[in-house]
Design a protein around this ligand. Structure first.
Ligand code: ADP
Ligand code: MG
Length: 246
């Protein structure tokens, strides 16, 4: 069933996240214990002061990571106000190591003060899925863009009114998505990654965004083959959220 698949994908994401977090916390803690060891030895007062400074920075990184993790697992029962800049920055912090290891760089434009209503853990899952896909598509040394901008109220092509909100755009310089593949993307289990893909990321993401009264679309101008991919997520400032179901 869809609920069981969603639960499965959540577990898989939680597992990957736990591994990432362990990795993220391990490095700074390692470096703190090395610094303490040096300070305990024959370090000069000047060296000790410098080591102390570095150790503080490393520990603050651990604190930031554990904060990001706590906010992820304290899932709300009702939609809450979410600051998009804050949420996206904390997601990038958790993904940092993975980007560093693969030489992927992320250019951001995250204006402050853009807020939407929703379920933080679910939206985090969406943006993590989309950034992961973008990084996988862009490959070694790839370039990603993460941009948020306000979307004033207006009308769609059928004359239906659209509420005001914010758009999150994730772009990559990967190979793009060929036309025949585009219509398949949001189907469960559709993957072009063979054994290493689940084909659930976009399907789950679309489910979550739809539940939030938002839309997710693939930029048709920018996603021609060899021109990378651009995925836009629209979220209303004050959406009608479908509750229940999971
Ligand atoms: P998975 O990542 O496990 O394959 P997804 O549902 O996340 O599953 O993505 C489905 C498919 O959509 C991918 O296998 C890939 O072919 C395509 N895709 C998604 N994002 C991108 C992207 N940024 N660039 C190119 N192809 C993409
Ligand atoms: Mg994916």
């Amino acid at each position: 069933s869809q609920a069981a698949l969603l639960a499965n994908e959540k577990l898989a994401v939680a597992g990957r996240l736990a591994a990432t977090i362990a990795h993220e916390i391990h490095n700074p803690l390692d470096s703190v214990s090395n610094l303490l060891f040096l300070m305990d030895g024959q370090a000069t007062p000047e060296e000790s002061a410098e080591f102390l400074q570095i150790a503080k920075q490393e520990l603050s990184r651990v604190t930031q990571i554990s904060r990001a993790m706590l906010s992820l697992y304290r899932e709300a029962k009702a939609p809450v106000t979410i600051d998009l800049k804050e949420m996206l920055e904390s997601i990038l912090l958790l993904m940092d190591r993975r980007f560093l290891d693969t030489g992927v760089t992320v250019a951001t434009d995250l204006p402050p003060g853009l807020q939407v209503r929703g379920f933080p853990a679910e939206l985090r899952q969406v943006f993590t899925n989309l950034l992961t896909n973008a990084a996988e598509a862009a490959g070694e040394g790839g370039k990603l863009q993460l941009i948020v901008h306000p979307a004033p109220a207006g009308f769609d092509e059928n004359g239906h009114s659209l509420p005001s909100g914010a758009v999150v755009v994730i772009s990559d310089n990967g190979p793009g998505i060929p036309e025949p593949v585009r219509s398949q993307l949001f189907r469960p289990f559709f993957t072009t990654k063979g054994e290493s893909g689940t084909g659930l990321g976009l399907w789950v993401s679309k489910g979550i965004i739809t539940k939030h009264g938002g839309t997710i679309s693939i930029g048709s101008d920018t996603s021609e083959e060899h021109h990378g991919t651009s995925i836009s997520v629209f979220l209303a400032f004050d959406p009608v959220i479908q509750l229940g179901g999971d």
